[in-house]
Ligand binder design. Structure first.
Ligand code: SAM
Length: 287
C-alpha cells in the first residue's frame, strides 16, 4: 500500500498505517488481533445490539465488531483523512461511518434513531477525550447497555477506584461513575502493542450502567458539580470542603455528619458513592 505523506520516522510503522499518526488526536492504533479480540469478547452482543465505536482509525476493531452477531456498527471518526480512507477502503454493509467529533455529539438525539435497539459504546479511546466522553455518556446513562473502553492505565484506575481499589485515585469522577455504574478493569494492555507505542500501558474497562438508578440529567449535572466542590481540597476535611463554598450551613453540615455517625474529621475520600448521593440530597433540601 502506498504511504502518502508519511515522514521518514514513521516508516518503521506497520504497513496498515497510511498517514502519519496525529498525536493531537491520540492516534495510537491497535492492530494486535489477540488484544482486539479481548475488546470484542467484552461486548454482550445479539442481533438487536447496535455497537457505536468511538474513533475507528483504520477500521481494525470496527471490522471485528462487525463480525459479531450485532445488528450494526456505527463508527465515529473525527479525522477527515481517516474518515475518507474508511469509506473508500473499509466498506462493509454492517458498518456506517460518521465523520464527527464524539465530544460534540448530542447523545439522546443521536441515539433516537435506534429506539428499538440496545446500544453498546466501544473504543480504543484517544487519551485526550476520555474523561469528558465518559461524563457526557453517563449524563445519559440510561441510553446505554454497556460501555467498553481501552484507556490509559491511570485513567482506568481512577474510574474504578474506591476504598478497596486504588484509594489514592478516588475522586469526584470516581464517585460519579461508581454511583451510576458497575465498573471494572478486565484486562491490561501493554503500551508496546500499540502503534505508535504510547508512554504508558492501557487497561480495558467494562462499564455497565445500573438499571435501578432513577436520576435526571439535571440532577446528575448538579451532583457532579457538588462532588467537585467536596473534593476540591483533598487534604482538608470533608467539612472544611463543604464550608469553603457553603459556609452559611455550618450548623446543618455538622448536625448531618453527627447524625450519620461520621467523625467530624473525615476526608472527602472516606465516603462511598451512595453516601455522597445521600449528602447531595440533603444539600438539595437545604439550598
Ligand atoms: N480504533 C482504532 C484502533 O484501535 O486502532 C483507532 C484508535 S486511536 C487510539 C483513536 C482514534 O480516535 C483515532 O482514529 C482518532 O483519529 C480518533 N479520534 C480522536 N479524537 C476523536 C474525537 N473527538 N471523536 C471521534 N474520533 C476521534
Amino acid at each position: 500500500m502506498v504511504k502518502r505523506g508519511i515522514p521518514q520516522r514513521y516508516k518503521r510503522y506497520r504497513s496498515e498505517i497510511i498517514y502519519a499518526p496525529k498525536k493531537s488526536l491520540g492516534q495510537n492504533f491497535l492492530f494486535d488481533k489477540n488484544h482486539l479480540h479481548k475488546i470484542v469478547a467484552c461486548c454482550p452482543v445479539d442481533d438487536k445490539i447496535i455497537i457505536i465505536e468511538i474513533g475507528s482509525g483504520y477500521g481494525n476493531l470496527t471490522n471485528l465488531l462487525a463480525k459479531t452477531d450485532c445488528q450494526k456498527v456505527i463508527g465515529i471518526e473525527k479525522d477527515s483523512q481517516l474518515f475518507q480512507w474508511l469509506i473508500e477502503n473499509n466498506k462493509n454493509e454492517k458498518i456506517i461511518y460518521h465523520h464527527q467529533d464524539a465530544l460534540k455529539i448530542n447523545w439522546p438525539e443521536f441515539c433516537s434513531q435506534f429506539k428499538n435497539n440496545s446500544l453498546i459504546v466501544v473504543g480504543n479511546l484517544p487519551y485526550y477525550i476520555t474523561n469528558s466522553l465518559i461524563i457526557n455518556l453517563l449524563l445519559d446513562y440510561q441510553l446505554f447497555k454497556s460501555l467498553i473502553f481501552l484507556v490509559q492505565k491511570e485513567v482506568g484506575q481512577k474510574w474504578v477506584s474506591g476504598s478497596n481499589k486504588y484509594p489514592s485515585e478516588y475522586s469526584a469522577l470516581s464517585v460519579f461513575i461508581n454511583y451510576l455504574t458497575e465498573t471494572k478493569i478486565v484486562a491490561k494492555i501493554p503500551a508496546a502493542v500499540f502503534t505508535p507505542a504510547p508512554s504508558v500501558d492501557g487497561v480495558l474497562v467494562s462499564i455497565e450502567p445500573h438499571q435501578n438508578v432513577n436520576t435526571s440529567k439535571e440532577q446528575l449535572i448538579s451532583f457532579l458539580r457538588f462532588l467537585k466542590n467536596c473534593f476540591r481540597f483533598r487534604r482538608k476535611t470533608l467539612l472544611n470542603n463543604l464550608l469553603s463554598w457553603a459556609r452559611n450551613y455550618e450548623k446543618e453540615w455538622k448536625k448531618y455528619l453527627q447524625e450519620k455517625g461520621y467523625e467530624e474529621k473525615i476526608r472527602p475520600q472516606n465516603l462511598n458513592p451512595s453516601e455522597y448521593w445521600q449528602l447531595f440530597v440533603f444539600w438539595r433540601g437545604l439550598a
